[in-house]
Design a protein. Structure first.
Length: 372
């Protein structure tokens, strides 16, 4: 192994990414400060229009973060207190937080054992008279099987709200993640495929009425200054973050291609590593490879070996939501969702980003082989 690579392989290399856009960002920031257009500046509208066009939807509404985006999408489609929302238990807590924040009840379901995405068979058993939304999570850069959920949603009058925070640039049967439901929430947290320099998010939709409601709710329930038709809250995409997102969006397709190339290299390198199970793309998916998640035995020991060698591997996510303290009140103990529970003890995210080198990947795989 090349010891010179030790302590130099981050999970995500934000410094290298920033170097690609630095001059363009600095120029844009000079314009923001020159005009003092800090709230709702021109860059916000430019980004909303550009991201909608890039995704192939009619509307993009920039908001403060991805959690707000999901909440606003749910609220704008009429989901609220007394409703049930079906979502996978294998996701970041923000998906369920958005449901709880609107007074609805999260109904967890298990995931499929191969891709760890929401399992339509489990959804079929979970939907009922109170189901008002199904939230498929496009996890790790994969697109969930939304087409299999549409009939289930229709059977109970529910809407599909996508959690597209990890799938910017992913497609299913040629259609982009974030364009497959009534609306979608996405996050531009710095580590995402399209990341800001702080918190930011957006709601995307083809429905003009949903877009109108989201804008109103995100602006204190106001479509006209000092006229408040409903109780909303304050969730705005910051102009400075929009400058950064505009610069990065112009490079996102190329960056995603680099991620795909790196994922293909990992797939090949891992073929002869006993004990390591590489991720498998679902038929019809073109993944965005937000994360490269393998499965290994004795995961915690392996992770410690990688981290000790300076490799920024991680776990996404170590605890299924039903086993977290935040949802203990639901009374869903161990064994409730066996697929997600087993996966939580095996999954391991290897470093993957547009700027990772072949030498770095070889070092990661050689260290992994030694650990196994």
């Amino acid at each position: 192994m090349d010891a010179s690579l030790a302590a130099n392989i981050p999970l995500v290399d934000l410094a290298a990414q920033h170097a690609d856009v630095e001059s363009e960002v600095l120029s844009g920031l000079e314009g923001v400060f020159a005009t003092t257009a800090f709230i709702g500046g021109a860059a916000v509208g430019q980004f909303e229009e550009a991201y909608a066009a890039w995704l192939g939807v009619d509307h993009c509404i920039g908001v403060a973060n991805g959690t707000d985006a999901l909440e606003l999408a749910l609220r704008a489609t009429g989901v609220g207190p007394g409703c049930e929302v079906v979502l996978p238990v294998n996701t970041f807590i923000a998906t369920a937080e958005a449901v709880v924040r609107i007074g609805a009840t999260p109904v967890f379901v298990d995931v499929d054992p191969v891709h760890l995405l929401i399992d339509p068979a489990q959804v079929a058993e979970a939907v009922g008279d109170r189901t008002q939304a199904i939230v498929p999570v496009h996890l790790f850069g994969q697109t969930a099987p939304v087409e299999q959920l549409r009939a289930l949603a229709g059977s109970c009058g529910a809407v599909i709200i996508e959690d597209a925070a990890q799938a910017q640039g992913a497609t299913r049967h040629g259609s982009p993640a974030g364009s497959l439901g009534a609306a979608a929430g996405t996050s531009f947290y710095p580590g995402k495929n399209l990341g800001a320099a702080g918190d930011a998010g957006a709601v995307t939709t083809d429905d003009p009425e949903i877009a109108r409601r989201v804008r109103m709710l995100a602006a204190h329930g106001s479509a006209t200054k000092y006229v408040h038709d409903v109780v909303g809250f304050n969730s705005r995409l910051d102009t400075i973050q929009a400058v950064i997102l505009n610069a990065k969006l112009r490079r996102l397709s190329a960056w995603n291609d680099s991620r795909r190339e790196a994922a293909a290299r990992y797939n090949e390198m891992l073929e002869d590593v006993p004990g390591a199970s590489a991720p498998i793309s679902a038929e019809g998916n073109d993944d965005a490879w937000h994360l490269y998640v393998i499965r290994v035995p004795d995961r915690d020991r392996v992770l410690a070996r990688l981290n000790g060698a300076g490799i920024g591997a991680g776990i996404h996510y170590p605890t299924p939501l039903h086993l977290s303290g935040a949802f203990a009140h639901l009374g869903l103990g161990p064994g409730s969702f066996p697929v997600a529970e087993r996966a939580a003890g095996e999954i391991l995210s290897l470093p993957l980003h547009p700027h990772i080198t072949i030498a770095q990947q070889k070092f990661v795989v050689e260290t992994l082989r030694d650990a196994l």
